[in-house]
Design a protein around this ligand. Structure first.
Ligand SMILES: Cc1ncc(COP(=O)(O)O)c(C=O)c1O
Length: 437
């Protein structure tokens, strides 16, 4: 029988659909409760953040800025957002912050709206070298109709070829020099790039989506003091808040600050998900207390995982630089463009280890890459340390190198995870009985 749009259906049929959603959400929670979440862009939220994102705020509007609203009923939310602005300035060491953005991509769209006009030139890392889709013509850069040139890439150092990047900037005089990647192993030598950019009158925009928690925790680099004019980021990757974004700047120029605020509202947001903004503010308060320790433990764990994987026989990228200085580790599983990364990710999923396939330098096709990108921020958040990183590497080897029975490996993944169900580096840790769905 075909569905007729708008036709009345018996309640039990429609309820069954809603129940399907509830069951699938529960199953997704079980997958992570029993497995190892190792996608580098993800995290889990604290008990207090979980409470506030399901508060009444989720249905409210507060267009404008604290004290200057288009709707009544915003006084309490003004308290929240004002506190969030001052906390974010402190945590990120920024002169200006806007905490309304609903995602890292939205922050990028807003920043590009404020910094450039259609037709202007922009430089960025290519997606093949690890740049994000919002840095490409297919994403925000194209949406703003910017003329993109990509930096040359240093494969050994896994960062832009700095001399080449500075030469490009001086040659083409872009309006914006965009720095930062989705594959982000090492801090970018920003001072040199910023010097070239400022010489030609360009703004430096640093996309810290992935590494924001490491930056705020003082464990990566300090873009706003190394020459970045603007920093964008997600609030839910190494910064462990609810999904959302930040727009930050070192600029004291009120005209620029107004431009940035306007780029968010009315530029790209109307309602900006007040429950998530409130969640970000709680996460900022938690980060003030626990952020430095969390960021330190993440970087220590990613190094430990990389070393353990190499010892198990995996080809881990950037050996000459000790593999990583962030939350990420990259592994190669076969020839360029062979799809071996996709196959490895599927096998790992079969044993309850959730990762993503990733293009490595040389790969040309996103669906058949040779690599895996791993992140340790979620495992760190539930209390895993160096010992567990060695165990995780062994589980990888059993599934991917030794060809062990996958059901047995899956059981051992579950056993390992059963001891790590409490979210750390947050308030009210003790109140929490289980892994948050
Ligand atoms: C470098 C970079 N920028 C922006 C984003 C987009 O973030 P969001 O998913 O919050 O829109 C990502 C996502 O992973 C990213 O890697």
């Amino acid at each position: 029988m075909t569905d007729i749009p708008g036709a009345w259906k018996p309640k039990n049929e429609t309820l069954a659909k809603a129940n399907t959603v509830m069951e699938a959400a529960k199953a997704s929670g079980d997958l992570y409760r029993n497995g190892l979440g190792m996608i580098a862009s993800e995290n889990i939220i604290s008990p207090m953040v979980q409470k506030i994102v399901s508060s009444d705020l989720h249905g409210r509007y507060a267009e404008g800025l604290p004290g200057k609203r288009y709707y009544q009923g915003c006084d309490d939310f003004d308290t929240i957002e004002s506190l969030g602005i001052s906390l974010a300035k402190q945590v990120f060491g920024a002169q200006f912050v806007n905490i309304q953005s609903t995602s890292g991509t939205v922050s990028n769209i807003a920043a590009l709206k404020a910094l450039a006009k259609p037709g202007d030139k922009i430089t960025a890392v290519s997606t093949a070298d690890g740049g994000h889709i919002s840095h490409a013509r297919m994403g925000a850069v194209g949406l703003r109709d910017l003329d993109l040139s990509t930096y040359p890439w240093d494969i050994d150092r896994m960062e832009p070829d700095i001399d080449g990047a500075c030469k490009l900037i001086r040659e083409i005089s872009p309006k914006v020099c965009l720095i930062g990647q989705s594959v982000f192993l090492f801090p970018t030598p920003l001072k040199e790039i910023a010097a070239a950019a400022h010489e030609v009158g360009a703004s430096v925009m640093y996309d810290g989506a992935h590494v924001l928690g490491l930056i705020a925790g003082g464990q990566f680099q300090d873009p706003l003091r190394e020459g970045a004019d603007i920093m964008t980021g997600s609030s839910h990757k190494t910064f462990p808040g609810p999904q959302g974004g930040f727009l930050l700047s070192s600029s004291e120029d009120e005209k620029m600050q107004k431009k940035l605020n306007n780029a968010i509202f009315p530029g790209v947001c109307s309602s900006y998900h007040l429950h998530h903004v409130a969640g970000k503010v709680v996460a900022l308060a938690e980060f003030e207390e626990y952020g430095e320790a969390y960021a330190k433990d993440i970087v220590q764990n990613s190094r430990a995982l990389a070393e353990s994987l190499a010892a198990e026989g995996f080809d881990v990228l950037a050996e000459s630089r000790n593999y990583t200085a962030s939350h990420q580790v990259l592994t190669r599983h076969g020839d360029t463009d062979s799809g071996a990364g996709a196959k490895a990710a599927k096998t790992l999923e079969d044993v309850g280890i959730i990762t993503n396939m990733n293009m490595l330098p040389g790969d040309t096709k996103a669906m058949t890459p040779s690599g895996l990108r791993l992140g340790v921020q979620e495992l760190t958040r539930v209390g895993m340390g160096k010992t567990e990183m060695a165990e995780v590497a062994k589980l990888f080897a059993r599934a991917l190198i030794h060809g062990e029975d996958l059901n047995r490996v899956k059981q051992d993944v579950k056993n390992l995870k059963s001891g790590f169900q409490t979210i750390r580096y947050c308030f009210n840790e003790e109140e929490q009985s289980g892994y948050i769905l």
